[in-house]
Design a protein. Sequence first.
Length: 148
Amino acid sequence: MKFTCSVVIDLPIEKVIKLFDDPDNLIEWQDGFVAIEPISGTPGEPGAKSKLVYMIRDQEMEIIETLQVNNLPEEKAGLYEHKHMVNTMTTRFRSLGSNKTKYEAEVEYTKFIGFVPKLMAFLMPGVFKKQVQKWLDQFKSFVEGTAE
């Protein structure tokens, strides 16, 4: 399953990238985000592995991120592994003038593990896209709110 989500942010690309690339800001726009813990490699460099921890409905969820590419604003890509699924996400930013930036996220789920995740992917694929779009919209609100 592969899809793309995007949003236009009313701020210059330099400010958007600075806020996006700071892991301390994840809590501001990703629901349930608790922590990011480096596992190996140099954080921010390709090959670096980190554990992302979320709290979803009183359940802790861990995702292992392996950074594949980091040459923002053109592209940042990672592999995300969870006990129920594996996906890649490529993020791109493009300037649309002096005060507008397009934020695009391309997500590809490559593996679903277990009956329930496979069933959800088959019956409700829109749920996955809806969650990614929600985070993009929340990032837009967060970033634009810092300009006030």
